[in-house]
Design a protein around this ligand. Structure first.
Ligand SMILES: Cc1cc2nc3c(=O)[nH]c(=O)nc-3n(C[C@H](O)[C@H](O)[C@H](O)COP(=O)(O)OP(=O)(O)OC[C@H]3O[C@@H](n4cnc5c(N)ncnc54)[C@H](O)[C@@H]3O)c2cc1C
Length: 498
């Protein structure tokens, strides 16, 4: 590998990944790097990816992005979680909220106390103890003192890239329009030396970020990083996306509605809704998938269907030589828990932390790849849980999911929860205990026992604890305005209809 000083950072691709990288690097590194982003309007972006999770607030803070300004510019709404329809048995629904449920004790999560309550006649649902969940289902939202509300955003992906582009360019990033025709490798080192555009322009760099989406033009087509296939665990491999007019005010959550060969999303923005049917092409034809989504839209379509194909899996090396894959070029897992933009964020911030001072260190590369893979595998297990833990046997797709072998790491997590009600969060795992508990119970896994500490509470203490928590949630939600009204006064969009 060359002894290089990575002053010249070149980003190939200007989708969400490219512009998130450009905005964060230019903002934090300033003129210490010379940043160039190449994108091609003729190729365009994938045009989906509109539902996020709460850690995006960290990215916004680091980039000093004003929330109301960002929401106005991207037609954004607030998101308090995901409503899952039909995942357990076809007729059920449960909510994975971003909030805490009840109150944890250092020895045991709230589910243990709730389960003890069940044995004492407190039959109220687990959901009633979560502020974000109750607010979401009542269509309410407000910022609360002490950041009590844990939330994310739903936004227009095209407008988001434009918003970030303006910021990155202001912070010194240079944008070059054009199609990359050639990726030039250094004959001695094998590193990437330059990108040549169709126009003939040649862009040299020290560090290259591959943000070219599923094409993975640099990391795979030229550096051959390799792909670890996870389609046996996450068999959906196609999607059809359609945007529609809104029907009624936007709700503060994303919907994930299971069907007999996958699921359908509905993401409400200020000016329209995003919809998509995710499916497994082994069990559903493209024509049937199209008919299915067209038959289950709330508002009139405002775009033609966007047909997408993908494979679940991950690039074996996210950072290889002087090239880092960020976004879809690094791998993909279906958007069931809105984790892709989060993985972009993690990669970008991680890269900034490891930004080489001079020579690229093989230790940095190894550490980056290791951390990125850990994040990805933990998310992968959480996604597989939604398919594996189901009582559905009504179609070949669900029968496959119910019978497929799963990774040991997930099997252990499920067994531990089923036996003891416990979930342990490993290191900086994205999904905390309450996320696992909500999804496991929502999918029908109920613990067979709970922590003995819960039984230590006297009956009156238990009554006070559970009653107090529920009342607090109900009282707080009662004071909150409707989500649509709150958006109207806080961040009504100024952006063009994307
Ligand atoms: C069906 C589906 C639904 C999704 N939903 C969500 C969601 O709700 N939440 C979430 O977090 N994520 C979601 N994702 C993932 C999300 O869309 C992506 O993570 C995100 O959009 C980043 O994409 P990208 O920037 O890597 O790629 P792209 O948007 O494809 O951008 C690639 C860029 O590279 C450029 N490019 C490619 N080749 C060349 C070339 N030869 N020369 C010049 N430029 C080139 C393109 O022009 C473009 O600018 C979803 C993905 C899919 C498939």
């Amino acid at each position: 590998m060359n002894a290089i000083s990575p002053r010249r950072v070149v980003i190939a691709g200007g989708g969400t990944a490219g512009w998130m990288a450009a905005a964060a690097i230019s903002h934090t590194m300033g003129r210490t790097v010379e940043l160039t982003l190449v994108e091609s309007e003729a190729i365009g972006t994938i045009g989906v990816g509109e539902s996020t999770i709460p850690p995006l607030a960290v990215y916004n803070r680091i980039c000093q992005i004003n929330e109301a300004e960002f929401m106005r510019a991207t037609q954004a709404t607030f998101k308090l979680g995901i409503l899952f329809d039909g995942w357990k048995n076809g007729h059920d629904r449960y909510f994975h909220s971003f909030g805490l449920t009840g109150k944890d004790h250092w020895t045991a999560g709230f589910q243990h106390f709730w389960m003890h309550g069940l044995t004492k006649g407190h039959v109220q649902p687990y959901d009633d103890y979560c502020l974000e969940l109750v607010a979401a289902l009542e269509g309410k939202f407000a910022h609360l003192p002490e950041d009590r509300m844990n939330y994310a955003y739903q936004f227009d992906s095209g407008l988001y890239a434009k918003f970030l582009r303006a910021r990155a360019e202001k912070d010194g990033a240079r944008r070059v329009e054009g199609k990359i025709a050639r990726v030039e490798l250094d004959t001695e080192s094998g590193d990437i030396a330059a990108l040549t555009l169709e126009s003939g322009e040649r862009i040299e760099g020290d560090l290259f970020l591959d943000c070219t989406g599923f094409r993975a033009l640099l990391i795979e087509q030229h550096l051959h990083a390799g792909f670890e296939d996870w389609t046996h665990w996450l068999p959906c491999d196609a999607a059809i996306a359609i945007q529609t007019e809104n029907v009624g005010p936007p709700v503060p959550y994303t919907r994930a509605m299971a069907h007999d060969a996958g699921w359908q999303w509905r993401i409400p923005l200020q000016h329209r809704s995003g919809n998509g049917l995710v499916y497994c092409s082994r069990y559903l034809s493209r024509d049937d998938a199209l008919a299915r989504i067209l038959g289950n839209l709330e508002g009139a379509p405002v775009t033609d269907p966007n047909f997408l194909r993908f494979a679940a899996g991950v690039r074996r090396h996210q950072w290889l030589r002087n090239c880092v894959a960020i976004g879809l070029s690094g791998g993909f897992m279906e958007p069931l828990e809105s984790t892709s933009i989060h993985l972009i964020q993690r990669a970008v911030l991680r890269l900034i932390r490891m930004m080489p001072q001079g020579e690229i260190s093989p230790r940095d590369i190894a550490e980056f790849n290791d951390q990125q893979m850990t994040d990805t595998v933990q998310i992968r297990d959480f996604l597989i849980l939604h398919y594996k833990a189901t009582e559905r046997r009504d179609s070949p797709f669900w029968r496959y999911c119910a019978s497929m072998p799963i990774p040991d790491s997930l099997a252990q997590k499920i067994e531990l929860f089923r036996d003891t009600g416990r979930v342990f969060r490993k290191n900086e795992e994205l999904f905390a205990e309450n996320s696992w508990v909500q999804v496991m119970m929502g999918q029908g896994i109920m613990p067979e026992s709970y922590h003995p500490i819960a039984g230590k509470l006297r009956d009156d203490e238990l009554d006070n604890l559970l009653g107090g928590l529920r009342e607090n949630v109900a009282r707080t939600v009662a004071t909150m305005p409707a989500h649509g009204a709150y958006i109207g006064q806080y961040c009504a969009a100024t952006a063009p209809r994307g």
